[in-house]
Design a protein around this ligand. Structure first.
Ligand code: URA
Length: 335
């Protein structure tokens, strides 16, 4: 490109951008990126005149009682909350399709966040799935055979290469009784050995979180245990060495999760970590940027929180997780 001719330089940049977008479109992500760029531009425009500092999470957090904190994790010397998400970590706009182009979750609110959403919300047509115990009991009964059939298919599945390295496939555990579903990433070594999700160290923490919610009666009248919630993963087989799930593995495996969710008719889905969140929300982003909002996934509300394994690595995350469980409880109850 000839130096100094701005027209030619601009034309060159436009050509490379077009090529890049064509490649991305081929990979099925161009729309996400384009929507992301559009909203980033809108955000930049709307913030151009505002110079105030980013709101600290202290402003929108709560002080958990010591008993609550102790109940979900080891007591901490410091009460310092997790580092605030940088302003640049604002959520990507939601294109209302999942990573494979299917319409999925839409954001409907962000807890205690006064800023308006910077993307348009499509109307939510699906009525919210029920929370009443009698209705949940009926859903549980009709979901059982469907979940059983899905589990059989998962156990026999050879759709991707993970079947060659797994010991056991890990379909899911629990029931639709409470209407709450926790969705993690993929089985680890313990889960692979036992064929059950969240039974290793991260699983112990998840079980403690569920028990803490029950002890605190976060959802009054709804018993919360590993039996009354449903726990499953995006991937049903362990990736070797616990590496991240690959896009084609998620694409191949996610229909099992979609069918499980359809059978369970959950009232509330809690995404544990980035992979579940990106798949079910249908947008790329960090957990820090996606948590604190309430989304919809068909007839369910959906929230995002940190993966328990992240809490084990960084105990400061337990506080925001507990805040998220309170959001979960509020959203479960409200229509
Ligand atoms: N991490 C997950 O995401 N899922 C499990 O089942 C265990 C650990």
């Amino acid at each position: 490109m000839s130096a100094g001719n701005p027209r030619e330089e601009l034309a060159g940049i436009a050509r490379s951008l077009r090529t890049h977008l064509e490649r991305e479109r081929a990979a099925g992500t161009a729309e996400l990126l384009a929507a992301s760029a559009r909203a980033a531009a809108r955000r930049a425009e709307s913030r151009a005149g505002t110079s105030g500092p980013a709101k600290s999470p202290r402003d929108r957090s709560f002080d958990p009682a010591p008993a609550e904190e102790a109940s979900i994790g080891t007591p901490r010397a410091s009460k310092r909350p997790a580092a605030p998400p940088p302003k640049s970590a604002a959520p990507a706009p939601l294109p209302h399709v999942d990573l494979f182009g299917n319409p999925v979750a839409v954001a409907v609110a962000r807890a205690e966040e006064p800023e308006p959403l910077d993307f348009d919300l499509p109307p939510v047509h699906a009525p919210l799935n029920p929370a009443g115990l009698a209705e949940r009991a009926q859903i549980t009964e009709r979901s059982l055979p469907v979940l059983g059939r899905i589990a059989e298919e998962v156990i026999a599945c050879t759709r991707c290469g993970l079947c060659e390295t797994r010991t056991n496939a890990v379909p899911g555990v629990g029931s639709g009784r409470s209407g709450i579903v926790f969705v993690g990433e993929a089985p680890g070594a313990d889960e692979d050995r036992r064929g059950e999700p969240f039974v290793g160290r991260a699983g112990e923490l998840l079980t403690r979180i569920i028990k803490a919610m029950d002890d605190a009666q976060l959802i009054d009248g709804v018993p919360l245990t590993r039996d009354t919630v449903y726990i499953c993963n995006v991937l049903k087989c362990r990736p070797p060495e616990n590496r991240n799930p690959l896009p084609h593995e998620i694409e191949t495996c996610s229909p099992y999760l979609q069918r499980q969710l359809a059978a369970l008719e959950p009232r509330l889905i809690c995404c544990l970590g980035k992979f579940a969140a990106e798949l079910l929300v249908g947008a790329k982003g960090t957990v820090a940027s996606m948590r604190g909002r309430t989304y919809r996934y068909h007839g369910a509300k959906l929230i995002v929180t940190y993966h328990p394994a992240a809490c084990l690595r960084n105990p400061n995350l337990k506080r925001p997780v507990w805040e998220d469980m309170q959001l979960l409880a509020r959203e479960y109850r409200s229509n």
